[in-house]
Write a protein that binds this ligand. Structure first.
Ligand code: GSH
Length: 202
């Protein structure tokens, strides 16, 4: 049985939860008590030396980095498919997953973490404004790619959307108004049962 070390407030963990639901994969959840700093203790560092969630554990096999976990789940549970069958389609999904990490997830963390968990006097407002600008520029690129389409790759829901869902959920918290094609794409993603079932409590 696949075991997922996670935390319910974790955006990166949510990617994995969405894929498990989309693919109907049985799994066991192990909540890492991050408030108690358990992710920094030797027991957890022995499954993930970076002290981050999520981590997948299966028969002694350990895998971290949420997008790598998504790729593994796709390879081991190919149905229902969340990547196209052809090499180019798969490569484009991979490109979007990487760009999600590079151009959106990292910047979103700079804004979302303080807004969710820190008092305002501890916010780095300059860094947050810069991150917001970077996300807005990225969304403008996605908007031109999405124009006239429902999804990023082969016009079908894919791992690219799984990767983006937890981060676009927080566009209102980040006070980012998405351009029109992105707004419609976000609404489509957040309306899926897998997104609704994993929507964050806060
Ligand atoms: N690139 C990693 C990022 C994981 C990550 O940063 N997780 C956060 C929670 S959303 C975490 O564990 N933070 C704890 C820390 O960095 O100390 C992934 O994709 O899995």
């Amino acid at each position: 049985m696949i075991k997922i070390h996670w935390h319910p407030y974790s955006t990166y963990s949510r990617r994995v939860m969405i894929a498990l639901l989309e693919k109907h994969i049985p799994h066991e959840l192990v909540t890492v008590d991050m408030a108690a700093r358990k992710h920094r203790e030797p027991e957890y560092l022995s499954v993930n030396p970076y002290g981050r969630v999520p981590t997948l554990e299966e028969d002694g096999f350990l895998l971290y980095e949420s997008n790598a976990i998504l790729t593994y789940l796709e390879a081991t549970h190919p149905e229902p498919a969340l990547v196209p069958a052809d090499a180019r389609g798969r490569a484009v999904v991979d490109m979007h997953m990487r760009l999600c990490d590079l151009q959106m997830a990292r910047q979103a963390g700079i804004i979302i973490f303080p807004k969710r968990f820190l008092p305002k006097e501890r916010w780095d407002e300059k860094a947050m404004a810069q991150a917001k600008g970077e996300i807005e520029r990225h969304l403008a690129i996605l908007d031109s790619q999405l124009d006239g389409r429902e999804y990023l790759v082969a016009d079908r829901y894919s791992l690219a959307e799984v990767s983006y869902t937890p981060f676009v959920q927080f566009l209102p918290v980040m006070e980012i108004a998405p351009p029109p094609a992105v707004a419609a794409w976000v609404a489509r993603m957040l309306d899926r049962p897998s997104a609704r079932q994993t929507a964050p409590a806060q």
